[in-house]
Ligand binder design. Structure first.
Ligand SMILES: [Zn+2]
Length: 339
């Protein structure tokens, strides 16, 4: 074993502890058969760790051909649907509350429009679908003149966005929905999906012929993610650990061309030629990055946390201040039962 997630300091609330204990006691998780590597098709793996940050039994493996790290075998589709519908919000309860989380989502939406403008891809977009929309904040930040819809599992989250006039729908309706969109966003979603190649194909089937997918996944190499202890990255809702190279290859396997990607793992894809990806020679060694992070001293980790907080603060004061004001204004309109 290389990683020992249980050594990470994880503080959880009573609600989280109660739900995690119930799931473990009820033997909730069911496993599918092991898969080949999604980035290169390889079938040779070495072990990384055998339980996640909460102590759920889960084998994370490292592909010896390309360095991609993922949980293998993973949970069945039925099991995941039930988990995301009934338990996810409690197990991964966030400190920011509904409004704080909504504001964070909104800021991502504004960042997307800035990036697309910078890349010269913004003009002509008139519709957007957010796959894995949570409270709908990302969608709320996109122009009201666009046709906008979001899909997710937890009806309690969908109710929040719908209370401010967004069109958020249950994930069970996604496959049969007839509409096509110019832009599909997937923010911190792909790492959750058991088969990222198949899921990208399904999502891309809802694109207009000239449509784009904007996606984000956690970047193991990204300085911004350094506020997290690497041990925390191993959580059972994340099956995959991407680098820019492995993301490009997973996209190519789904028939998508990568127009833009960085190591923060913000990417813009479009239906196109999969030949753009070199397999597996172009892939970097994710395990090397993980090992490096694990060797960092607590002082160094704290330094990166502070750096991240400072950047965020400067952003609030600077270019992002209007976006923050807009986000808070909209969050105040959220109507919640019992609020
Ligand atoms: Zn591989």
């Amino acid at each position: 074993m290389i990683l020992k997630p249980d050594q990470g300091k994880i503080s959880i609330s009573d609600t989280q502890r109660r739900r995690i204990t119930e799931l473990k006691a009820g033997n909730f998780f069911r496993f599918r058969k092991p898969d080949p590597c999604f980035a290169c098709g390889g079938t040779e793996f070495t072990d990384v760790c055998s339980e996640d940050r909460y102590g759920f039994q889960l084998e994370y493996v490292h592909c010896t051909d390309c360095g991609f790290i993922f949980a293998n075998p993973y949970y069945t589709d039925e099991c995941l649907t039930e988990f995301y519908t009934k338990h996810y919000t409690e197990v991964y309860g966030r400190g920011g509350g509904v409004e704080g989380t909504f504001v964070g989502e909104f800021m991502v939406g504004r960042k997307i429009t800035r990036l697309l403008r910078k890349l010269g891809l913004y003009e002509g977009i008139s519709s957007a679908l957010d796959y894995g929309c949570a409270y709908g904040g990302t969608l709320a930040a996109l122009p009201e003149s666009w046709r906008r819809a979001g899909y997710d599992f937890d009806p309690r989250q969908l109710a929040v966005g719908n209370s401010i006039g967004l069109d958020l729908r249950p994930m069970s309706e996604f496959a049969s929905a007839p509409e096509r969109y110019k832009l599909i966003t997937m923010i911190q979603v792909l790492e959750h999906l058991p088969d990222p190649v198949q899921s990208l194909r399904e999502v891309a089937s809802k694109l207009s012929p000239d449509g784009l997918i904007y996606l984000e996944v956690p970047g193991l190499r990204a300085s911004e993610n350094r506020r997290y202890d690497i041990h925390l990255a191993f959580k059972n809702c994340h099956r995959h650990m991407f680098t820019a190279a492995s993301l490009r290859n997973v996209a190519a396997a789904a028939g998508l061309e990568t127009l833009f990607v960085n190591e923060s793992l913000e990417a813009v894809l479009r239906p196109g030629s999969p030949k753009a990806a070199a397999m597996p020679a172009g892939l970097e060694d994710t395990l090397g990055s993980v090992r490096g992070r694990l060797r960092e001293t607590p002082v160094k980790r704290r330094f990166f946390q502070l750096l991240h907080d400072l950047r965020r603060y400067m952003h609030k004061l600077g270019a992002g201040r209007h976006d923050f004001a807009d986000a808070r204004k909209m969050a105040r309109q959220i109507k919640l039962e019992g609020k």
